[in-house]
Design a protein around this ligand. Structure first.
Ligand code: GLU
Length: 286
């Protein structure tokens, strides 16, 4: 889509407003902010709010307020993914033209039943792989269901997509040059039944459109990068460097989840912790 080189280094923090930020988010935001600061680059904030059922404006307000309280500043334009569905539609149209997408009508339950019945369930990084039921649908049946308005997701035909893309690598500042293995994910969903995009698609398109040159994020998203690298190749998008950082863990060594209420920035603030205290917690705890 573009052959421009970013003039300056650009990083981003891309939270989903589905809860309050906790110390782990503070670490991640500071990690990206510091990387930009060190390089004299730009730090962007992106609100990943495609999941309308789970996202709340109040959480978005709290995110902005907590980051500002932590002393972070970001470029004035804050991209809210929900306002850019047309960009994701464009990417889907391109993949459809390449005949790499197919509608999937399956419910979670049906997928589960199919997997159990097959007796062999290849596993990917996120659990059992989609068994490909709707990829093998008879074209007439598929057309009938579409014509009847049956709700469906759009899946990537992973075998075909990987074959077109060939071998792909990315530069990972933590792990060095990394070979992408997107096929381990199977036929990923690129547009959900309820939202006409998905995490994988929106994040990859946005990082390109926003000129992000270094993607920093937790190592829990390392596996997702294999899929993102493939989408970049298929859609002719720029390939940023990546740095997957360690996750902040609690005293028992468990990773923090949003329900770690006591460790939200808000709760720590209300308990009288200072910015310096929270920054120190976000640096030490991993
Ligand atoms: N929105 C994602 C999250 O909150 C992060 C996406 C990313 O950094 O790629 O987990």
């Amino acid at each position: 889509m573009s052959d421009r080189e970013p003039a300056v280094m650009v990083t981003r923090f891309a939270p989903s407003p589905t809860g309050l930020l906790h110390v782990g988010h503070a670490f991640s935001a500071l990690f990206a902010w510091r990387a930009a600061a060190r390089a004299g680059g730009r730090f962007l904030l992106r609100i990943e709010d495609i999941d309308r059922g789970r996202c709340r404006p109040a959480f978005e307000d709290a995110i902005l307020e907590d980051l500002a309280w932590l002393g972070l500043d970001w470029a004035p334009e804050v991209r809210r993914q929900s306002a850019y569905m047309a960009d994701y539609q464009g990417a889907l149209a391109r993949l459809a033209e390449m005949e790499l997408l197919y509608p999937c009508f399956c419910s979670r339950k049906e997928i589960q039943a199919e997997i159990s019945a097959s007796g062999r369930a290849p596993h990917g990084p996120d659990g059992p792989l989609y068994p490909g039921t709707c990829r093998q649908l008879d074209p007439g049946q598929r057309a009938d269901r579409l014509a009847a308005g049956a709700p469906h997701a759009l899946r990537l035909d992973m075998a075909a997509a990987s074959a077109i893309a060939g071998t792909l690598v990315w530069r990972d500042r933590g792990r060095g040059e990394t070979t992408a293995r997107p096929e381990r994910h199977g036929d990923v969903v690129l547009a959900r039944k309820d939202v006409p995009t998905s995490y994988h698609l929106a994040v990859t398109v946005d990082d390109h459109l926003q000129g992000v040159s270094l993607v920093t994020r937790g190592e829990d998203l390392f596996d997702a990068t294999h899929v993102h690298r493939l989408l970049q190749a298929l859609l002719c998008l720029d390939v940023p460097d990546y740095h997957h950082h360690p996750l902040v863990r609690d005293a028992e060594g468990q990773r923090l989840a949003k329900r770690a209420d006591a460790l939200t920035i808000r709760a720590l603030r209300e308990a009288g912790r200072t910015v310096a205290d929270v920054r120190a917690m976000a640096t030490a705890r991993h």
